[in-house]
Structures are given as C-alpha cells and as structure tokens.
Design a protein around this ligand. Structure first.
Ligand code: KG4
Ligand code: ZN
Length: 324
C-alpha cells in the first residue's frame, strides 16, 4: 500500500511516499528556517504563504523521487492537528482536494502520533506497546502507547515546550534561530552544572513538565550577566547551554523513569525535533541501560517535522481504524 503523506503544521513543507507504513520511498522536506530567522521565530502568516507556494512542487518531487505516479498512490494523508492553523490548512486542503479528485481515501493524522510513528520507519521490528517521550518546538509529553491507535498521555508540559524554551533562551543569548541546534553546539564546551537552574515540578502531577520558570530563570541570568559585563562571553554561552541541557535531561529522565515503573514498559521511543540533540540522546541511552529498557530514537532526519512519519501513522490509522 503506497501512501502520499503531507506535513505543513509549522515551518516545514514536506511530502513523502511510504510503502506499507514502514518503507520510505521518498521524503522531501523544504524548511522555511531562513525565512523566519530574521524574526527570531516562526511568523504564522509568512509560514502559510510559503506552504502555499511550496506544496505543489514538493509533492511532485516526492512522487518523482519515489519513482511513482499519482495513479500508483492508494491513500493520501496529511497532518490535521496540532499546529499553526493557517499552515495546517494549506496541507490539509491540498491533500483533501487531491484525494477527492483521485477518488482515494483521505487519512487525517495527529502530528504527535506522527512523531512517534517516525520510529517505525527506522526499526522494522518495533511494535506497540511501549512508552513514548516526545519533545519538539510545540510539545513535550510522555505517552503510554498501548497500540498503534491507542495513545494515552501520562504527562505533558503545562506551559512551554522544551524546544520552545531552548529557542527562546538561545535568542536571549544572541544565537541564531532555531536555537536548539545552537544550544547543542555550545553545550559541548560548557559545564553542565555551571549555572544552577532549579528543576521544575508540577505539584501533584509527577509526570507533567513545566519549562516557563526554567526559561525565565535562565533569561534573568543572561540579563544579569549582560548588565554586569556588557555582554556574554563564549564561556558564558557554553555554560548556559550545557546547564540548560543538563536541566532538560534531569527533568526528562526522572519522569521517564517513573512512567516506566508505572506502566511496566521495557521499550522507550523518543521522538520530536529536540531528540536531534546528541547530549540528550546519550543521556537517555545511559538511563535506558540502567533501567534495562530498549531505547528507540529515530535518525535526525525523522526527528524533526517530516511527511514520512505522517504517512507511517496514516497506514495504521487506515488499516486498524474506522477509515478503511
Ligand atoms: O519536531 P520539530 O521539528 O517541530 C515541532 O513539531 O515543533 O521540533 C523543532 C524543535 C525546535 O524547538 C528546535 O530548536 C528543536 O526542535 N531542535 C533541537 C535540536 N534540533 C532541533 N533542540 C535541541 N537540540 C537540537 N540539536
Ligand atoms: Zn513536530
């Protein structure tokens, strides 16, 4: 079964052709990063317009690279939520219109479920049940994946997502957008406990996250250094990046450990843009080694937003859901 997947929830226009939910025949991603960089973050209206311009050529490229025609496609899928509404609408209306014209089933896919399904593309033997940790620019959650379609959220952020906190702190440090990758680069040469960032807790909800206090604490620290010294030194930037990463790792590890205990899962899938971070991946690997848990993290190219992950989840939505 060939699925044409489309993703346009934020600032990547992507189209992919995936066979039977697991084999990627093509996965074209056009990032708008450069367009938004001068504003220090994604500008929704600009994102929607850029998606509108890109959607047709990106889909054509995905079909060409996969070596298939539209007539070979069995299902069309697109991200329907969550995301920037204008951006989502571009991919969604395009995909629905195409499905209508070709008389094919249309499958809407939840973006977070898509991030988790990215792991199916990398690990052919991976099947639910397992625990999932998703960390991206818009989401941070721990989920009990009981089956391909049965996802229970055990904990989520009450305010900022982890990637968002990284991006905002990076901006306050004068680093380029998107800040996550820059934080990773600076963290390499910093001390992970050089800045004593308090660990946030949500009282009575041990698996929920909170990053807005962490963000405020670090931004205040940055402003104090700037006032005192007239700017940040390279060492300041490295120490802040490493300490922030250390805080994120501790925050995630304690909740993942608890969620593994509560659910009894022995498999952990980690996904989302933030999992492109090698320090976070290494720490999770160590944690899973200690807890005798199998760890599955998709390759970088499937961690960030992409349409192959949407097509992967769409396969199971169609096969096992009410849409077939
Ligand atoms: O999954 P994604 O591409 O989009 C959303 O669904 O939000 O995630 C984007 C987020 C951004 O906040 C970006 O800064 C972060 O992932 N990110 C990273 C790294 N690469 C991207 N965060 C930490 N380290 C990285 N290497
Ligand atoms: Zn995403």
């Amino acid at each position: 079964m060939l699925i044409l997947g489309i993703e346009s929830s934020c600032d990547e226009t992507s189209a992919a052709v995936v066979k039977d939910g697991r084999e990627v025949l093509s996965n074209i991603i056009l990032s708008q990063t450069e367009t938004h960089a001068k504003y220090g973050g994604v500008v929704p209206e600009i994102a929607s317009r850029a998606h509108t311009e890109a959607i047709c050529p990106i889909c054509s490229r995905a079909l060409t690279q996969a070596g298939v025609n539209l007539s070979d496609i069995d299902i069309i899928a697109a991200t329907n939520t969550p995301g920037l509404i204008g951006a989502l609408l571009v991919g969604l209306s395009f995909a629905k219109s195409l499905a209508y014209k070709l008389n094919l089933p249309f499958v809407p896919v939840n973006h977070i479920k898509g991030h988790i399904a990215a792991a199916y593309l990398e690990y052919p033997g991976l099947e639910p049940p397992f625990l999932a940790f998703v960390a991206s620019g818009g989401h941070t959650s721990i989920m009990d994946i009981r089956d391909y379609l049965d996802h229970q959220t055990l904990g989520a952020t009450r305010d900022d997502a982890l990637g968002e906190a990284f991006d905002k702190i990076a901006r306050a440090m004068g680093l380029s957008y998107p800040g996550g990758a820059e934080i990773e680069r600076y963290a390499k040469s910093g001390g992970s406990s050089a800045v004593k960032i308090p660990l946030a807790k949500v009282e009575g909800h041990e698996l929920d996250f909170s990053f807005s206090g962490v963000k405020t604490y670090v931004i205040n620290h940055i402003n104090t250094l700037i006032q005192k010294n007239g700017g940040l030194s390279e060492k300041d930037r490295c120490d802040i990046a490493a300490s922030l990463t250390g805080n994120a790792v501790k925050s995630a590890s304690v909740r993942i450990k608890r969620a593994l205990e509560l659910t009894g899962h022995k498999k952990l899938v980690c996904a989302g843009g933030v999992l492109a971070n090698s320090h976070i991946c290494a720490a999770l690997k160590e944690l899973c080694g200690e807890l005798n848990t199998e760890l599955y993290i998709p390759d970088k190219k499937y961690c960030g937003d992409n349409a192959a992950m949407i097509a992967a989840q769409a396969y199971y939505e169609y096969k096992m859901g009410s849409l077939n």
